[in-house]
Design a binder for this molecule. Structure first.
Ligand SMILES: Nc1nc2c(ncn2[C@@H]2O[C@H](COP(=O)(O)OP(=O)(O)OP(=O)(O)O)[C@@H](O)[C@H]2O)c(=O)[nH]1
Ligand SMILES: [Mg+2]
Length: 363
């Protein structure tokens, strides 16, 4: 499987040189795609919009500078955008290599990672030179390879967002004939159609309905794909899930079916939004002095309005959303199943104006 490795770090620390050295080192061996972000704004917007989804990032520091404010900002962005792991390469050790300084830098780096929630028992910090020390680049590649594999989607708790909902009676009309033939005998119930986002569904399993209605539990009676019944369906599968829930369950598209207790519904969150340029979206995004603006939010299969407040760019309050990454506070019109790291898009007047990621759930 090809993995994208993001290369981040302060200006001039050696990202371009390292990306080239890594590509040369792993080119023969592994399907790695080092992705070098020269400027943190494009890095943040690529990651926030999901255009690039690195499995991990290599943070390149210069041995002469150690941990700087710029480095701190890169790690903060990586965390906010949901990059699961960071490995640090302290570059240019050929220019400055003092064993005592190494120990100090290693501790500073680990402290930096801990501050931003990258706390693990083993945090590899590799010292070396992208230009002059091939062995150190190999050591870095080995450190990245040694990271725990990210949990595959099929291993996570089951979650599927409802795209469509149909009532299925034992004999009644309302559903296409093949569905009735396959599921009628199992019914009555409610058929929820969607794509499984993570985990696995099997008949007999209990799921929780989470979203605009109070959460409630239902049992899976059967699973269907066109013209066939399934005994099991995993992440990435488009499937119809027949639940033993009647109309009183209030099932509707936009809600999710989830492993009970694994996700809850909320109305408010903090997030990062990457707004498009005025040319891309054809309108300036002006926030009135009340600081509130209504946008249309698309979250999984749900679409609803929300108030946007607290628009900030680089930590400073702003009234106009220019192109680029902003932090925002959003209050939605009704509860939606939310999780940190969940992506969404923002529209106005039917037109996409930005996309974002949930960074924190608010009470
Ligand atoms: N001595 C030494 N110089 C290095 C090393 N790695 C990179 N350099 C030099 O440092 C300078 C900056 O390297 P780049 O790879 O362009 O750094 P960058 O992080 O991509 O820089 P920006 O894209 O401008 O942010 C170049 O002149 C490199 O040749 C190293 O390990 N040792
Ligand atoms: Mg560069």
């Amino acid at each position: 499987m090809q993995s994208t490795i993001g290369v981040i770090g302060p200006a001039g620390s050696g990202k371009t040189t390292l990306a080239a050295a890594v590509a040369a080192t792993v080119g023969r061996l592994r399907a790695w795609a080092p992705f070098n972000w020269a400027d943190p704004a494009s890095y943040a917007s690529d990651v926030v919009t999901g255009r690039v989804q690195p499995a991990c990032c290599i943070l390149v520091l210069s041995a002469a500078d150690g941990v700087t404010r710029e480095a701190e900002e890169h790690v903060r962005l990586a965390r906010e955008a949901g990059i699961p792991q960071v490995v640090v390469f302290v570059n240019k050790a050929d220019l400055l290599d003092d064993p005592e300084l190494r120990d100090v830098t290693r501790e500073e780096v680990r402290e930096l990672l801990r501050r931003h929630g990258y706390a693990r028992a083993r945090m590899p910090v590799v010292f070396g030179s992208a230009l002059k020390d091939e062995a150190s680049v190999e050591e870095l590649v080995a450190a990245v390879d040694g990271l725990p594999a990210p949990a595959r989607d099929v291993d996570g708790p089951f979650l599927m967002s409802a795209q469509d909902v149909f009532a299925v009676s034992r004999h009644g009309a309302g559903v296409v004939p093949w569905v009735k033939d396959l599921l009628g005998p199992l019914g009555p119930g409610t058929l929820v159609v969607g794509c499984i986002e993570r985990g696995v569904a099997v008949p007999g399993q209990y799921v929780e309905i989470v979203g605009s209605v109070p959460a409630r539990t239902a049992r899976i009676l059967g699973l269907v794909q066109p013209h066939e019944r399934l005994e099991r369906a995993g992440a990435g599968t488009h499937v119809g899930v027949l639940l033993d829930a009647g109309p009183q369950a209030g099932l509707a598209w936009g809600q999710v079916l989830a492993e009970p207790g694994s996700v809850t519904a909320h109305t408010a969150f903090e997030g990062l939004v990457s707004f498009m340029t005025a040319e891309e979206c054809d309108r300036p995004l002006v926030f009135p002095s009340t600081g509130t603006r209504v946008g249309q939010f698309h979250i999984r299969t749900e679409s609803l309005s929300g108030n946007v407040t607290g628009l900030r760019r680089d930590g400073v309050d702003v009234e106009n959303a220019a192109a680029g990454v902003h932090s925002v506070t959003v209050r939605l019109a009704r509860p939606v199943a939310l999780e940190e790291g969940l992506r969404f898009s923002v529209r106005e007047g039917g037109q996409a104006v930005g996309s974002g990621v949930v960074t924190a759930i608010l009470p």
